[in-house]
Design a protein around this ligand. Structure first.
Ligand code: SOE
Length: 408
């Protein structure tokens, strides 16, 4: 396993001036998620008192000019065009995979075999088979002291972490319902190009894997138990789109005149059952006009409820069902106190955080796990469990057990 190394040159780029051992990070991919992860790695050591100093050693992409530009913009010391060369670098201790899903398994397996720690973007893989191989490799690597984690970043929202604690403390009692929606609208325009996220061979699935994976993970994390059964509907509303003519920029790209087939779902709706008997409903779509990045989750228990809305991410709503009816009501907990999860090192009370901070917290948790020999969550086994739920959703939707209302 690559060991943290003292005061190498690239390490000085972290700018912390600290004499803590360096943890060399190598990232594959540098688009939207790569930029978000870069920010996490750049910031974590400046905000939190970490046992190791993250060093942005090298970033990798296929286009030599573009990856060099990205390295300069995002703060990486070196640029590579071959991910195998990135993994082989002595100054890389952890490989951060921010590529489309079709390369997650190959890169993660090679990195683990080379003794590196791994952070892999969600969903863990494009198929259950790939995820199984990754979870097994991560388990074996864990026995050798390596760490592997999936980038379900929303677990790192202070309000989500607080909600998890409150559920575990029994503050809502026995769980009955989880209701969760993840809504975006960037596909509403039928002229939006056929980028990699709309092709099964690169993305595995559509809204299901991209957004549904997040909400399955979040629901299971908050409930504290896995989904054991699902029933689903999926739909592809626009079946052909213009082919992209250039590289992706954010979610989009420039488009040409030729059309190609959309081979993933545009939306997925499903119900789920937990082992405890609690019921869940899930909706993931890229067609919710006006909803840009709306993730809402509500949990109802016998003694209370919790509700979270990503558009108000510094807040958590709580209903305490043990209060007298005349006094009870949903109240807003402002999750900005230093004693709230992750907030000890940020701003004074009332000064909120944003989307990007989840990636800082993710980096922080990983660094601690690596330094302290921990097994950070969500593990690859957790990622595999989500992958199995996604596959069950696809299987249910394919069977199309939709009943037609008929006359008696
Ligand atoms: C696009 O739908 C996307 O960038 C997802 O891929 C991310 O995981 C989510 O955080 C924001 O939306």
């Amino acid at each position: 396993m690559g060991q943290p190394h003292e005061g190498d040159e690239a390490g000085d780029r972290s700018g912390t001036g600290s004499d803590k051992p360096a943890l060399g990070v190598g990232m594959v991919g540098y688009a939207f998620m790569g930029a978000a992860h870069s920010q996490g790695w750049r910031t974590a050591g400046h905000v939190f008192d970490l046992p190791l100093r993250p060093v942005l050693a090298a970033v990798c992409g296929r286009d030599a000019t573009a990856v060099r530009t990205a390295a300069d913009q995002l703060g990486w010391a070196a640029a590579e065009t071959d991910w195998r060369a990135l993994i082989a670098r002595d100054d890389v201790d952890i490989v951060d995979i921010c590529t489309p899903g079709d390369s997650h398994a190959e890169i993660a397996l090679a990195a683990l075999a080379a003794g590196k720690h791994v952070l892999c973007e969600k969903p863990l893989a494009n198929t259950v088979g790939e995820a199984e191989a990754m979870a097994e490799a991560a388990r074996a690597a864990g026995d050798r002291g390596q760490v592997a984690m999936v980038g379900f970043n929303y677990r790192r929202l202070p309000a989500a972490a607080l909600a998890r604690t409150m559920v575990a403390e029994g503050r809502i009692g026995h769980l009955r319902h989880v209701r969760v929606t993840y809504l975006q609208d960037w596909l509403v325009d039928p002229q939006f190009p056929l980028t990699w996220r709309l092709r099964k061979e690169s993305a595995g699935s559509g809204a299901l894997g991209d957004l549904g994976a997040h909400i399955v993970d979040l629901a299971q994390y908050l409930a504290g138990e896995p989904v054991v059964g699902v029933s689903a509907l999926t739909e592809t509303f626009v079946r052909e789109r213009p082919l992209p003519t250039g590289a992706s920029v954010g979610l989009s790209a420039s488009a040409g005149g030729h059309l190609g087939p959309v081979t993933v779902d545009d939306a997925a709706l499903f119900t789920g059952r937990f082992g405890s008997g609690a019921l869940a409903s899930f909706e993931a779509t890229r067609y919710a006009t006006g909803r840009k990045n709306s993730l809402r989750i509500e949990l109802n228990g016998e003694e209370g409820s919790l509700a979270f809305d990503l558009e108000r991410l510094n807040e958590l709503s709580y209903y305490d069902g043990t209060e007298p009816g005349t006094r009870a009501g949903f109240r807003r907990i402002l999750v900005t106190e230093p004693d709230h999860p992750y907030l000890e090192a940020w701003w004074p009370p009332g000064h909120g955080l944003g989307y990007e901070h989840t990636f800082v917290h993710q980096a922080r948790d990983l660094v601690h796990a690596i330094a302290e020999g921990g097994r950070p969550l969500p593990s690859f086994a957790d990622g595999l469990q989500v992958q199995r739920v996604l596959a069950a959703v696809e299987e249910s939707a394919a069977k199309n057990s939709v009943y037609t209302p008929t006359a008696s």
